[in-house]
Structures are given as structure tokens and as C-alpha cells.
Design a binder for this molecule. Structure first.
Ligand SMILES: *Cc1c(COP(=O)(O)O)cnc(C)c1O
Length: 484
């Protein structure tokens, strides 16, 4: 089973090659033509631990690795790194379930995958006999950056550069990145938004000048969910949630479960869709956006149109107008039609929009619903759920919860929670009716005093750490920065 570029059949790659390259030579994303060809053993799910589920998923999606190799990778990745043994706890809140993906070392859902990716990269290097360093380039809207730095710092044979939009991430997120230690890490702010940072990184990947300069010295790769090595480890948590529901008798085997996913780059929700193709009895995936509701419109009309104002919201990890992983959905929903995907992507590049073929749109509508919540609705949801159930959501999770309140679903519902509320203190405090406090660390303390929910250890320790990274550049300077 080979991966191929979403834009051309002629660019194929083994899983190892796809992981090291990050993105296809034509700018397409690597994908299996039929990710459902190998099914997850659903009959065993209820007895499996989170790590066993993770290993099973990786063995199915990354066929170059043996079962033993993936088990070793999973053990090494998660050992003593997460707050709970089951990695991603499922909590009942009212008549819904919240899947907490933020119990990892940086309190972001990205930890689930970014704990694994460095191990996959090292293993892929060894398998392919690659001796050059792997240079990881990452654009972040806040959470990927820190989680990637945490995963890659001081990993031999790798270097990592993280770009984030200047002023576009929360103060806590910025503090997390700016204090990152490690001999192989660089962190740099871009004067621009996340889409600028992401486009800049993608352009470096396909730049002949960069390729020539790095020849023989380093191989570029990505820690963003355009890398299949980042996407594949995310598929486990949909199975994990289903296994928990089975074990606790909340559902019977085969019962459909709906998932509500706060979405930006479409990586997380696409992982759910892959799980469904691999045999998970998932009903609908409800794609939840903030005021940057390009995906809501897209799923409702079949027209993707990024020509709209860009909003800075209180859920900054979803402040995105070009949703990268959607390309993989287009590829799968069109039955692997690379010409069709290429024409959408060309049109997106030249006019900022494209219209789906009717068959592709119908295929997508069978699995996806969409809705969005603005900042006021998001804060109202945080308050409502806290007041009613004593459960404190972060702003991204609250977007999902609020959308689920307005879009009717038929099945038991899992709301996917992507961050700790402590990462977005100003908005969460304001939702609880508290006045603004300037200092981000005073805000952490205030939220803890108010709710009694402990500050995650990694955030509590931040204020003691020295600032190590202060670079700010223009978006046009990204390539020079990398080559320097
Ligand atoms: C990255 C992120 C998202 C969006 O995830 P995608 O996989 O890019 O759709 C949502 N919430 C938080 C807190 C995030 O960090």
C-alpha cells in the first residue's frame, strides 16, 4: 500500500518517505487511495488500552512499520508524558460526552500526535538510511508550535523552526514558545496571520532555491497536519472514545456516535473521518468553526470561498481561512480523482475559491454537518456549561459545544475538547464574569482560585522560565530566515 499525492498519481511514496517529506513534490498531500482497505478490529476495541489502540491504528495506516515497531514507538512516545494513563479521558457532561485531548505535556490536543511524530521521523530515517538532519518547519496558530517544540527539542538528527503570527496567539501560548529550551530549536514571529505563516512554509517546501541550498545538509519536513505522520496518530482518539462508551455501557456494539469537532486546518476532524472509513461506527461529524466560518459555508453550499474578512477571535487556533487538510477530504470524497483535486487547488490559488462537483459534494454531505459560533456565543456557552454542570471548557471546545446546541444530531454525541481552559484565560475569565487582569500569570491564579480546577503543571511553571526567543520578521523573509 503506497501513499500518493492528492494532486497526481505519479507521486507515490511509502509511509516512511511520506513522513520524511511532509508534502508531495507537487504541493499535494500524501494520502492512501483507500484508507478503509484495512479495518480496525472493532470486536477487540472495548478490551484495548489507549496505547494498544494507538499502535493498532498506526500499524494499519503506516504499513511499512511492523506491529512490534509501532508498539515500541507508542510506548516511547507516551511514557510518563500524559496526566492520565488513558491519554485522552472521556467525561460525561449533561447528556453529552467530552473527549479531553489536552492532558499532554503542553495542554494541547496536538500533544497526542506530536509526541509520536519525532519517533516516526527517527524510525523512518533509519529505515531509509537517511543521514542528513531533518529540518522541521512549522507554522502555528498557537498550539502546534509548542507541542512540536516539546516533541522535537534535543531529538538527535532533527532541527525545528516554528513560525507564528505576531500578536495572533495567546499570551500564554507565546510564553510557552518563547521560553522553549533546546539546542536544535528556533521560534520566530511573522508580521502576518496564520495563513501567511502556513503559505510561507508551504512555499519553502517547493522552492528550488531552498532545495539547492539545503542539498546534502538537511531534508525539510513538516510537523503540521499536512504530514501524514502527524495525522495518523490522531485517528486513535475516535476509537478510544467509542471504546470507553462501549465499556461503560453507554452504547451497544455498532451503535452510531456523532462527533462535534472544533476545526481549523481540518486535521482533527479528518482523523475522525479516517476512523470511520476504517470501520468506526460514526454517524455525523459536525464541523464547528468560529467567526472565520469558511468551512461552515463550504459544507453548506459546496463552494469554498476564502475571499472574506479575517477575524481574530478568542479561539485563535481556528482563525484560519485556508484549511489544508480539506484537500485530503476532497481527494477521498472524489474517489481519488487527482485532476479534480488539482483543479480545485489551482482555482483556490488564483481566485481564492472553487465549487465542488455535485458528486463530490454529495459524498461529503453524507458524513459532515457544519455550524459556527461567534465570540459572544462562545463565551455564553462557557458560562452556561460551567454554571449548569461545573465543567469548564476552553474557548475552542465551547465553540463546538455551542454549535452542537444549534445543529440537531441524532446519536449519542462526543464533543472533542482541544485545549485546557488555562491556555485562554482572558476569554474564559471574562465568560465567567470576571474583570480583565493584565498579567497572564495573575490570570492563571485567578482562574484557579475561582474554579478550584488545578493549573496544569506545565503552565504553572512558565513564569519562572527565561525568554529565549525574540525574533520577528516579515512574511517575505521566511525563506531567508530558514536558509540562514
Ligand atoms: C489546532 C487546534 C484546533 C484545530 O485543529 P485542526 O486539526 O487544525 O482542525 C482546535 N482547537 C485547538 C485548541 C487547537 O490547538
Amino acid at each position: 500500500m503506497l501513499y500518493q499525492s492528492t494532486r497526481s498519481e505519479k507521486y507515490t511514496a511509502t509511509a516512511c518517505q511520506a513522513i520524511l517529506q511532509g508534502i508531495g513534490p507537487d504541493g499535494g498531500l500524501y494520502m492512501l487511495p483507500d484508507p478503509g482497505a484495512r479495518k480496525f478490529p472493532m470486536e477487540k476495541l472495548a478490551q484495548m488500552s489507549a496505547r494498544e489502540i494507538s499502535a493498532e491504528v498506526l500499524a494499519l495506516l503506516l504499513p511499512d512499520f511492523s506491529r512490534r515497531e509501532v508498539s515500541e514507538i507508542v510506548e516511547a512516545s507516551y511514557k510518563n508524558k500524559f496526566e492520565t494513563e488513558d491519554l485522552v479521558p472521556l467525561v460525561k457532561v449533561g447528556d453529552r460526552f467530552i473527549l479531553e485531548l489536552f492532558r499532554g505535556p503542553t495542554s494541547a490536543f496536538k500533544d497526542v500526535a506530536l509526541s509520536v511524530l519525532p519517533h516516526l521521523i527517527t524510525a523512518s530515517k533509519n529505515k531509509l538510511g537517511v543521514t542528513e538532519d531533518i529540518l522541521i518547519l512549522t507554522a502555528t496558530s498557537g498550539d502546534t508550535g509548542k507541542a512540536a517544540l516539546e516533541g522535537f527539542h534535543d531529538v538527535p538528527g532533527t532541527r525545528i523552526i516554528v513560525f507564528y503570527p505576531h500578536g495572533g496567539v495567546s499570551q500564554i501560548q507565546q510564553a510557552q514558545m518563547a521560553t522553549q529550551a533546546g539546542s536544535n530549536v528556533r521560534v520566530c514571529a511573522i508580521r502576518g496571520n496564520f495563513d501567511d505563516a502556513q503559505s510561507g512554509v508551504k512555499a519553502i517546501f517547493t522552492s528550488p532555491r531552498a532545495a539547492a541550498a539545503l542539498q546534502g545538509k538537511a531534508i525539510l519536513s513538516s510537523a503540521n497536519s499536512i504530514n501524514i505522520g502527524r495525522l495518523a496518530p490522531q485517528v486513535m482518539y475516535y476509537f478510544k472514545a467509542y471504546g470507553d462508551l462501549l465499556r461503560t455501557g453507554e452504547i451497544f456494539p455498532g451503535e452510531l456516535v456523532d462527533f462535534v469537532v472544533p476545526t481549523g486546518n481540518f486535521g482533527n476532524i479528518l482523523a475522525g473521518y479516517l476512523a470511520k472509513r476504517m470501520g468506526l461506527p460514526a454517524g455525523q461529524f459536525l464541523c464547528a468553526s468560529n467567526a472565520n466560518n469558511v468551512l461552515t459555508d463550504f459544507l453548506g453550499t459546496g463552494v469554498y470561498d476564502r475571499n472574506r474578512p479575517f477575524h481574530l477571535t478568542i479561539s485563535p487556533s481556528m482563525d484560519i481561512l485556508i484549511s489544508s487538510n480539506l484537500e485530503r477530504l476532497l481527494f477521498l470524497a472524489s474517489g481519488g480523482n487527482c485532476q479534480e483535486v488539482s483543479s480545485y487547488m489551482d482555482s483556490l490559488k488564483t481566485s481564492g475559491k472553487y465549487r465542488l462537483e455535485p458528486a463530490t459534494w454529495a459524498a461529503i454531505q453524507a458524513d459532515f454537518l457544519a455550524g459556527y459560533a461567534d465570540d459572544a456565543q462562545t463565551k455564553a456557552a462557557i458560562w452556561r456549561v460551567y454554571e449548569r454542570y461545573g465543567y469548564l471548557m476552553d474557548t475552542h471546545t465551547a465553540v463546538a459545544w455551542d454549535v452542537a446546541d444549534r445543529v440537531p444530531l441524532k446519536n449519542k454525541t462526543v464533543v472533542v475538547s482541544t485545549a485546557s481552559p488555562y491556555k485562554f484565560c482572558p476569554a474564559v475569565l471574562s465568560a465567567l464574569g470576571e474583570a480583565e487582569l493584565g498579567d497572564p500569570f495573575a490570570q492563571l491564579d485567578r482562574l484557579q482560585a475561582l474554579t478550584g480546577i488545578p493549573i496544569p503543571a506545565n503552565l504553572a511553571g512558565l513564569k519562572e522560565l527565561p525568554i529565549l526567543h525574540r525574533d520577528i520578521i516579515h512574511k517575505e523573509e521566511m525563506e531567508d530566515y530558514v536558509l540562514a
